[in-house]
Design a protein around this ligand. Structure first.
Ligand SMILES: Cc1cc2nc3c(=O)[nH]c(=O)nc-3n(C[C@H](O)[C@H](O)[C@H](O)COP(=O)(O)OP(=O)(O)OC[C@H]3O[C@@H](n4cnc5c(N)ncnc54)[C@H](O)[C@@H]3O)c2cc1C
Length: 405
């Protein structure tokens, strides 16, 4: 896509991390034309990672999760339309239709609409509460604040989000019980071996994690919930589901864009000649003919926004390495993952020991480093980053051992 001209009008759909950062970045890199950001939620742009951590645990309030204060959009000359959803896109004309009936005639459109929470639906209670938005988190926090210390809260789903929610619930003095369908959480993203190393984390934090559990139904009582399992029953004062995400792209059917478990974009985030997609929703095809990858990681969304802002505003390409990065704070530990490992990659421990609860390992495929994973070893992970960025040979990485410096 060409560099924007001052008479261009950029419409950004989605006022989350990627959308807001793109608007800010366009200004920072010198674009002076019109920028409109459309957000379905009524709030100022805010950050999601603290929702399951500091915000849910009651340590942060709404102001601390904000990405922009009141007045920031006006300062930047950005027309921020809150509480209105885009309901249709004409990709050829770069025109966006909003739920209030208005039409935005753009010259460039950026889709940063993220994902929603995957619903967990039960026969008796329908869809359980989930945690994706600030409103979800505020509602859950309010319900938890009404409980007495020690009361039980069931978390359905033991992945990254479920583990974080359980950690915050425990920090609030309540008793979480995590119900995970798989034999072990996190095998998908981390592979069997590393997931095995992490299997004891919940127990070490005195949080009950039940694996291989099938939830058959959840029945609401006057004061509590009855969670019916394949092999028993669990009473809980609250229940929340954290079972993954779901794309909400029905409104883009017929837009002319390629949709395939996300909005398909090329390496420059282009979905059509005048339309880009970025953040959680973007399936980036780096090698023509391959299916590409979609990642729901904070750093990836931020990197997309910066790269696109620079490209559109005509600034130097971003020096940021495009190595994906993800972290999760759970059970009192920090898990960090860098790179593009596959679950089947070799795992080579290089720092610390599992017994000490602080370690780092490299992932490697055919002798080449594909990633690094760390448990509460943030410094070692960052020292390993250049090796991951450079697709270093495993032998060279082990000889160099930058994490020992
Ligand atoms: C509770 C929680 C904790 C997380 N913790 C971590 C973590 O520890 N580490 C990590 O790496 N990542 C974490 N993530 C993921 C991270 O927050 C996301 O990767 C990041 O928010 C993606 O940014 P985005 O802008 O693509 O999407 P979002 O932040 O989801 O923003 C998309 C916005 O678009 C709006 N929207 C959707 N459809 C429309 C429409 N049709 N019209 C207008 N607006 C629309 C949505 O309402 C939303 O506000 C967490 C996510 C959640 C929910």
């Amino acid at each position: 896509m060409d560099v924007l001209a001052p008479d261009d009008h950029v419409v950004v759909v989605g006022a989350g991390l990627a959308g807001w950062r793109l608007a800010e970045g366009l200004r920072r890199h010198g674009f002076t034309g019109r920028v409109t950001v459309v957000g379905a939620e009524p709030h100022l742009p805010y950050d999601r990672p603290p929702l399951s951590k500091q915000f849910l645990a009651g340590r942060w309030d709404r102001d601390r999760v904000a990405l922009a204060g009141e007045g920031r959009a006006a300062e930047l000359g950005v027309d921020l339309r809150r509480g209105v959803r885009a309901v249709a896109l004409d990709a050829d004309a770069a025109e966006v239709l909003l739920a209030d009936g208005s039409r935005l005639a753009a010259t460039r459109v950026a889709l940063a609409v993220g994902v929603g929470a995957r619903p967990f639906t039960t026969p008796s209670s329908g869809a359980l509460a989930t945690l994706r938005t600030l409103d979800d988190a505020a509602a859950l926090r309010e319900r938890l604040e009404r409980l007495e210390p020690g009361e039980r809260v069931v978390v359905v789903g033991g992945g990254f989000l479920g583990a974080e929610v359980a950690t915050s619930i425990a920090a609030s003095g309540l008793t979480p019980v995590v119900l995970e369908a798989a034999a072990r959480p996190l095998v998908g993203p981390l592979g069997e071996e590393v997931a095995g190393w992490l299997a004891g984390l919940a127990g070490e934090a005195s949080i009950e994690l039940r694996t291989g559990v099938v939830v058959r139904d959840v029945v609401a009582g006057t004061e509590s919930w009855t969670v019916e399992l394949a092999d028993g029953v669990l009473e809980a004062r609250e229940v929340v589901a954290a079972v993954g995400s779901r794309l909400e792209l029905g409104w883009l059917e017929g837009s002319g864009l390629a949709l395939d478990d996300g909005i398909v974009v090329d390496a420059s985030l282009e979905a059509a000649p005048r339309v880009a997609a970025l953040g959680d929703v973007a399936r980036v095809v780096e090698v023509a003919g391959e299916r590409g990858v979609r990642r729901e990681h904070w750093q990836v969304a931020a990197d997309h926004a910066e790269a696109l802002a620079r490209a559109w505003a005509g600034a130097e390409p971003s020096a940021l390495a495009a190595t994906p990065y993800f972290w999760s704070d759970q059970y009192g530990k920090k898990i960090q993952l860098l790179g593009r490992p596959r679950p089947s990659d070799d795992v080579v421990p290089v720092v610390g020991s599992r017994g000490a609860g602080r370690w780092m390992a490299l992932y490697a495929r055919r002798g080449v480093v594909t990633g690094a994973v760390a448990l509460s070893q943030p410094r070692a992970l960052m020292l390993a980053k250049p090796l991951v960025d450079a697709d270093a040979r495993l032998d060279d990485a082990l000889a160099e051992a930058p994490w020992e410096r």
